[in-house]
Design a protein around this ligand. Structure first.
Ligand code: ZN
Length: 280
């Protein structure tokens, strides 16, 4: 078992939005980060902050979109001392150019440029044994203390699909002897109602909120206002902090606790210890 955290996010920016404070905090505690990006990031739009404070949003076709978002991913991962591992599952739709508004990938649909034929879209990746095994083998190879990924209770279908893929891969790794924990992060919104506002545990990110927002800001085309003091995502972290009794927090639900102690058999490592101490 390594003193490292594996994070699996659907899209460039998800990892920083949901775990940026946790990763920055534990980087300072000498953890390494295994940064896994599930989709190819070919969809989405490009937002740009203008001099008058407004945001201009434009669209790009698949190849430049993928390149742009991967560059931003590289920047954020570098700030966490690592490089991204791209699983490159195609997103469910893409922008094909003027007059071709975000067609869905369907049976028989031509694939856009730069997308290989033999990789299932993220929506069905959890049903593809090769995709599940690839991620399970990555967990076994890296042996992180914890795997963090999206929860199943949220509104974005590609986040949901990434949660299914990671969770299925995790259990396959456990069957092969992996002993680390799996936690689902609490998606920031609460639109699915009160039951889905619940969380089991949290990481206190009070002293790391600025660093978190710096990491989020590196995803310039998605988060052009993240550096501003009134950023909505900054407020969300503060709101969760109030719910958890600290200044800023990132919240999680346990799928399975780690099955290990340190070499002396006496204590858990710092991340696991914080997560256990903060479990309600
Ligand atoms: Zn996302």
């Amino acid at each position: 078992m390594n003193r490292s955290i594996m994070v699996v996010g659907a899209h460039a920016d998800d990892i920083e939005l949901e775990t940026g404070g946790t990763l920055a905090k534990y980087r300072d505690a000498d953890y390494t980060v295994v940064y896994v990006m599930a989709t190819n990031n070919m969809s989405g739009s490009v937002s740009e902050l203008l001099g008058d404070g407004s945001v201009r949003t434009t669209r790009e076709t698949t190849a430049p979109m993928m390149a742009r978002r991967k560059r931003e991913c590289d920047d954020a991962a570098r700030a966490l001392g690592t490089t991204p591992i791209h699983l490159d599952h195609p997103q469910r739709h893409y922008y094909g150019g003027v007059g071709n508004e975000a067609p869905e990938l369907r049976y028989g649909c031509a694939l856009p440029a730069g997308v290989p034929e033999n990789v299932p879209t993220i929506l069905t990746a959890a049903e593809d044994p090769a995709s599940v095994t690839r991620l399970a083998n990555l967990i076994l190879e890296k042996e992180p203390e914890c795997v963090l990924t999206h929860g199943v209770s949220q509104m974005n279908i590609e986040h949901f699909a990434t949660s299914l893929l990671t969770t299925k891969s995790y259990w396959q790794a456990v069957e092969a002897g992996y002993r680390g924990a799996l936690l689902h992060w609490r998606e920031t919104h609460t639109r699915l109602g009160e039951f889905n506002c619940r969380w089991d545990t949290f990481v206190d990110c009070t002293r790391y909120l600025d660093r978190k927002m710096e990491l989020v800001s590196l995803h310039r085309c998605q988060m052009p206002k993240a550096h501003l003091p009134d950023s909505g995502h900054r407020e969300i972290s503060v709101n969760w902090g109030q719910a958890c009794g600290c200044g800023a927090a990132e919240t999680f639900t346990w799928v399975r606790h780690a099955d290990y102690r340190d070499v002396n058999g006496l204590t858990y490592w710092p991340l696991t210890l914080e997560l256990i101490q903060n479990t309600r």
